[in-house]
Design a protein around this ligand. Structure first.
Ligand code: ATP
Length: 312
């Protein structure tokens, strides 16, 4: 019997750090308006799509990632991405998706979004849908606010829900040391904690008079490729609510900053903390110091490319 080689498509998609994140008011649709500067970093999800009759999924860890909380049914963002693409492109075939996760789950680094972006690219190639880049980006935005960025990668400004992207000029390489947490934080819960705090203190907090925006200092630091300048401009409105929900993050931030980091920040909705360092040597020194204090760390660089097919 003649056997046909199985064409499978392998894609790598990066996790992200929000080097700046300003959260505005809740919109009528329940989402917050926000302005963020994303940077894709060298921590990649790997996804392989293989021809199959139905859309099926398996998830494994690549490194010390706790994948217990990852659904493998229709709630998984990768499965939803495959279904949405098939439906949009009129495809009646399936795919078996195999994800190897390296990005911490519910860590504020957009791991699920990276899986969704990887799925769109892998299945588009597997099924030869030819939907084109623009429509793929539109599908990505329907799946989640961070999904378009996982496709494009690099350094970008996100507005709206974070899904309206414009590239940011960025020079050089930034060296980050990440401290993942044992347990994740739910993004909706972090936003709810922010809303609750703002509601409780609305007498003292002036209402926002402008839409959220990424400051000129952030853009300038990225353009200059200057980690010292960027360290001064890091900002995240979700950091305070993440700290309220997970007070232990404060200690991680203090230890990192006392151990040579230029600055530390909670990534997105947390609880992963990201420390910016001056260069590769400084990142190594910080890794050694944090390890000695009992923290597990990951050294990554940014910016890196978005979801891409990997050829063996
Ligand atoms: P973001 O920074 O985009 O808000 P995150 O990095 O904090 O997200 P994810 O790891 O992307 O969080 O996933 C958050 C939740 O979404 C998980 O706890 C899980 O229940 C669900 N989920 C759905 N699909 C996936 C996936 N492919 N990988 C991980 N979690 C997924």
């Amino acid at each position: 019997m003649a056997s046909h080689p199985t064409a499978s498509v392998r894609v790598r998609a990066p996790g992200k750090i929000n080097v700046f994140l300003e959260v505005g008011d809740v919109q009528d649709d329940g989402y917050h308006e926000l302005a963020t500067a994303f940077q894709a970093v060298s921590l990649y999800e790997e996804l392989t799509a293989t021809p199959a009759d139905d859309i099926t999924l398996e998830v494994a860890a690549r490194g010390p990632v706790d994948i217990e909380g990852v659904p493998t049914d229709d709630r998984n963002l990768a499965v939803r991405a495959a279904r949405l693409l098939a439906q949009t492109a009129g495809i009646d075939r399936g795919a078996h998706l195999s994800i190897r996760k390296a990005v911490p789950v519910a860590g504020g680094m957009g791991g699920g979004s990276a899986d969704a972006a990887a799925t769109l690219l892998a299945c588009d190639t597997l099924w030869a849908t030819a939907i084109g880049r623009e429509r793929m980006l539109a599908l990505a935005a329907r799946l989640g606010a961070d999904v378009p960025f996982a496709l494009t990668g690099g350094t970008a400004i996100g507005t709206g829900r974070g899904d309206q992207l414009s590239p940011a000029l960025a020079k050089g390489v930034f060296h980050w040391v990440l401290v993942p947490a044992e347990r994740g934080l739910s993004t909706p819960e972090v936003y709810a904690a922010l809303d609750e705090h703002r509601e409780r203190h609305k007498q003292d907090i002036f209402p926002a008079v402008r839409a959220p925006m990424v400051g000129a200092d952030v853009l300038q630091a990225l353009r200059a490729g200057d980690p010292h300048m960027l360290a001064e401009s890091l900002g995240n409105d979700l950091q305070a609510p993440a700290l309220r929900l997970r007070p232990s993050i404060a200690e991680v931030l203090e230890t990192g900053e006392a151990s040579g980091a230029l600055a530390g920040i909670v990534s997105g909705s947390g609880p992963t903390t990201a420390f910016l360092t001056a260069d590769a040597d400084a990142a190594l020194e910080l890794h050694v110091a944090l390890s000695a204090s009992g923290y597990r760390t990951l050294r990554v660089t940014g910016p890196v490319h978005g979801a891409r097919i990997v050829h063996d």
